[in-house]
Design a protein around this ligand. Structure first.
Ligand code: NAD
Length: 258
């Protein structure tokens, strides 16, 4: 994969999957705009990459922030070739019958409105350019239900819907839009979920879940980054409107008898 001369923008680029994607794009020659609400960690990722990266602090739920990082990419690097629309939050683990309305709104705000605003402000740039590739981060929670995570599951199903609509709209202009569906990946997010499920023994939750996966382990952020880079690369030139799992076999084999 060769991203020399290309410009990549990554939201949620300060931690976890977005961090690995930012570093991966840079390693393959791209100039990178790292976007996150966490300024300290985001600046650190840009510094680790060096002069071919900038950091922009943004809350993806705010249109003005999104417009500002899009403009920063254009002002500094002149184009947006690849966009990883990735920032997301998990919300609380609680049954639908008890789920707090404010938490539901917060999850939908980041995971759905945030992804929409990214598309809303990046696609016009790509349409003007006549080229571009977008990868939206959904989840296997966008394909199947997860008990106790109604907002997260609804939000990730919505990300897949937004992906399909955008792919149909901008395909004629040579722009591809795909979604990725990670399973459990070793980042802060899954640690937070495990802590909510079992505050006294989060490691036990992770161990049991990992043991139930066909590959018997969580994925790494780098393994997800490999898929994102592939989908943004010319190697994926005929792929659009699709969703790809990277989940250690979770959705293929939901449960085993043992
Ligand atoms: P993470 O918490 O390590 O990273 C998420 C990043 O998004 C953080 O840097 C955070 O500061 C940023 N962010 C959150 N809200 C934001 C906002 N409003 N504006 C700007 N930035 C914001 O978690 P991760 O696991 O790397 O998650 C990345 C994406 O992958 C998310 O969309 C998540 O839902 C998805 N995902 C993760 C897993 C997993 O197992 N880790 C599985 C499936 C999907």
């Amino acid at each position: 994969m060769d991203f020399n001369g290309k410009v990549a923008v990554v939201t949620g680029g300060a931690h976890g999957i977005g961090r690995a994607v930012s570093l991966g794009f840079a390693r393959h020659g791209a100039r990178v705009v790292v976007v996150d609400r966490d300024a300290e960690a985001g600046e650190a990722v840009a510094a680790e990459i060096g002069k071919s990266a900038i950091f922009r602090q943004a809350d993806v739920t705010r249109a003005a922030d999104v417009e500002a990082f899009v403009q920063a990419a254009l002002d500094n690097f002149g184009a947006i070739d690849c966009f990883h629309n990735n920032a997301g939050i998990e919300g609380k683990v609680a049954p639908t019958a008890e789920y707090e309305e404010a938490v539901f709104d917060a999850v939908m705000g980041v995971n759905v409105k945030g992804v929409f605003l990214g598309l809303r402000h990046v696609l016009p740039v790509m349409i003007r350019q006549g080229r571009g590739a977008v990868v939206n981060t959904a989840s296997i929670a966008g394909l199947v239900g997860t008990v106790g995570m109604p907002a997260y599951v609804a939000s990730k199903h919505a990300v897949i819907g937004l992906t399909k609509v955008a792919a149909g709209e901008v395909g004629p202009q040579g722009i591809r839009v795909n979604a990725i569906c990670p399973g459990p990946i070793a980042t802060r997010m899954v640690q937070d979920i495990a802590k909510q499920v079992s505050p006294n023994n989060p490691e036990g939750v992770e161990e049991r879940y990992a043991a139930s996966l066909p590959l018997r382990r969580y994925g790494t952020p780098e393994e997800v980054a490999n898929l994102v880079l592939f989908l943004c690369s010319d190697l994926a030139g005929n792929i659009t409107g699709a969703q790809y799992v990277v989940d250690g076999g979770r959705t293929a084999v939901p449960a085993g008898i043992s």
